[in-house]
Structure formats: C-alpha cells, structure tokens
Design a protein around this ligand. Sequence first.
Ligand code: FO1
Length: 308
Amino acid sequence: MRVTCLCGGVGAARFLQGLVQVVEPSSVTAIVNTGDDVELNGLMISPDIDIVIYTLAGVVDESKGWGLRGDTFNCLRAMERFGLETWFKLGDMDLATHIFRTMMLRRGFKLSQVTEAERKAFNVEVKVIPMTDDKVTTIVKVEGEWVHFQDYMVKMACQGVVEGVGFKGIEKAKPAPGVLEAIREADVVVIPPSNPIVSITPILSVQGVREAVEKAKRVVAISPIVGGKTIKGPADKLMAALGFEVSPKGVAEIYKGLAKSMVIDEVDRNYAPAIEEMGIKVGVTNTIMRDLEAKRSLASFALKLAMG
Ligand code: FO1
C-alpha cells in the first residue's frame, strides 16, 4: 500500500513512526512543510524536514520532539560572545545538518536534492520531499507587526494577540519534484495531527497540491485538537485567531472538500455527528501518541478508516 503524508513537524513525525510499523517504509512518502524554514547566522534551517528525518532515524530528542538526542550547545554559547542570535537552540551535532544544507544550497543544489542526501545520511527509508524548492516563509501578524513564524513561536513564546497569518512567496511556489506524483499515486493520503494553519495550509497552497488532494482516492485527516487544545505548538491559538472553532469540527472546516474521513479523539466523540454532517466519515479512537504502540495503533486505525 502506498501512503503519502502531508507533514508538519513533531505530530507528523510521531505519526510516521507508527505508520512505518504497519506499512513498508519504502512505500511511504512524507511531503514536508517548509514555511517554517529560517535563515539564522547565515545558516539555512529547515526544522520540519529535520524533525521528520531525525525522528524516523530514531535519533531525535524525544522529550523536545526536535533536535538530536544527547546534543550539546557549546557552539551556541560561544556564539553569544559575538552577539549572534542564540534564541533558536541549535545543538552542536544539529549544526552539522545546517552547515551541510547551507553549503549544498550555495553550490546550487535544490532543497529537495539536499533533503534526499540528508535522508540517505540518516538511513531513513521513507521518502522525504520538501513541499517546494522555492522560498516560502510563514509570517504571523502579532499586535500590528508581521514577524517570522519562528520569532512568534520560539523568540516570543507565542505571546501577543495574533491578527493574521501569511505565507510569503506562496503564489510563486511550485511543487518540488515528486510531490504531485506522490499524491496522485497514493492509495491513501494522510493529513497527520499537524498544525492545520501553519503546517498543512502552506503545503496545500503550493501550486497544484490542493487540486491533487481533492482528486485523491482516499484522504484521511487526524485532528491535532484534543479536548479543546493542541498537544504541542500553537495550533489552538492560531485557529482561534483566524476565527475557527478550536475543536475537531474547526479542523474539519479547514479540511472540508479534502478529507473524506477524519480521526478524532475519544474525548471529542460528541463532535462526530457535526463532522459527519459535513460529509466527512468519522472514526473515534485514542489519538495521544504516548508510545510506539499508541503510534502504531493510531496509524493502523487511520488507514482502516480511509480504506472503508
Ligand atoms: N523549537 C523551540 O521551541 N525552540 C527552539 O529553540 C527550537 C530550535 C530548533 C532547532 C532545530 C530544529 O530543527 C527545530 C527547532 N525547534 C525549536 C522546533 C521548531 O521551531 C518547530 O517545532 C517547528 O518549526 C514547528 O514544526
């Protein structure tokens, strides 16, 4: 069975860990959001790509969900001496990835080619493709001022009233090689429990992606909102700021016309009828990915629901 996932960072990466327990890893493709990408101190950082690759390689720092397990931060401390930006915590080993990516991009390689090299270096079997090779930057309007998504999330710790979200460069962004094919050829397209506003919407907004997902045979989404909040990240705050109900129903509204089925958590089972009324088949299960068995079980449940 060929499965294609539209991926943000931590939630998607954890889902993929479960998915590869039930589907041959080489028949899984992860199309990854690059709106969160940021240039810091001259280094090109693609957080969601690294989170997906590190997690699948089994080397991620599980407690944070990003960065490398056992990493140290000596270089970052040394950077302070020069007054460089140190609010984004780049570990010593993690820096090797960013140096490699920056070097290859400067030599003229595309982000998709660099990502393929990174995947191989980490012995990851799942195909990992950035949504686009073009530059897209997610920006957030906080109390009148547009800032980079990472500034809002990490530097400002999601403080302040959000008034808007934008994706700079999205109008011109073409899908990276293999993106549309992976959606068209998939038996199931999965939208894992990622942030619908800043992780999934940018992917869907790349030229031709939304149309390809609309035409896909089976599309199953997993609600990242459980009991009125997110497990990780600012999805709840951003959904509320953009006028969506912070519930699986609000998530279903964002995925209307795309998702044919949706997995919601047991605590949210009351929302099932309202979502079914929107023409989306609902499956209710535990969606909290506490351990590998919970991840495997969620992936298996989502695929079964999609297959009907
Ligand atoms: N998230 C944080 O909350 N604080 C950090 O200092 C931070 C550093 C970081 C470094 C490398 C990397 O690949 C990811 C990192 N993240 C950090 C995670 C990242 O900002 C977000 O989780 C994603 O962009 C959202 O998916």
